[in-house]
Ligand binder design. Sequence first.
Ligand code: BDR
Ligand code: CA
Length: 318
Amino acid sequence: MVNPGDIERRREPLAPPIPLVIDCDPGIDDAVAIALAVASPEVDLLGLTTVAGNVSLARSTSNARALLDSFGRPDVPVVPGAERGLVRAKAPHADVHGPTGLGNGRLPMGEPVAAGEHAVQFLARVLAAAPPRSVTIAAIAPLTNLALLVALHPELLDRIRHLVVMGTSSGPGNMTPHAEYNTWADPEAAQRVLGEPAIPVCVVELQTTRHTTLTPRQLDELRGGSARGALLASMIDGYVDQGRGARPLHDVLVTAAIVAPDVIQTRPASVEIDTSTSEQRGRSTFGPERDAPAPLRVSTDLDLERFRRLTLDRVAAA
Ligand code: BDR
Ligand code: CA
């Protein structure tokens, strides 16, 4: 028998998709994070902005274009941003992602991205046209573009609903003993963005994301699920293990947390980034929540099985 309450619930309109821009440096895990966004009806992907990080700006831009084209989304714009750090040049992460940035993945080159608008101008244009607290930004690369946005357009920061960042570490680093790669690659930018009180920020940090592996059986499931799954699995195969045998998909947890917020747990916090030139450069030190308004949260845990299922069900099936 049908309960009238059920009928009322069925009539409830679905929540409109969340407008999303991904700032990225593809990057193997970036590629899977973008694939999850493309496969998720909860988000409306407005564009990818690119930055130098895992690979050069030119390579991260061409990788981003080629990925979207191969995922059947040539309509989504790719807009290049900063080609070096705010204060110091970045070093690439080729020892992790391979020389092309996409491991063993082989993609036809996408359409060349025309020079013109800068990533920060694109973000400003998107935000200027949006209502307050409506646009979510996923930042899965060094925070240079976001720091420039904060500096140039403080009047638009109230349009950001959430900024979800892969960066920092509450423990050891993966670039140096002290620093996570994205934070290490532009610590001055990270300090500026993560200390900005006008943006609700969620930081998905390394001690949470280092668990985001797939089992060998799940990798086979990805490989056999679809052409897209096979492509992504070949990228993951080319992940350089750094001797630890693990292939975490750090950036995918950012997309997953936007699509399904309960996949991570968070706590309020503040964070300071070491911007010295000492061996501590890029180290993140978390403290208690600052006085309001300090809307920063940091991840404390993840639901690993939910993360794995969400990723595989969406990405392998597409
Ligand atoms: C971060 O660094 C890059 O290698 C990954 O793409 C991820 O964004 C992990 O520390
Ligand atoms: Ca990345």
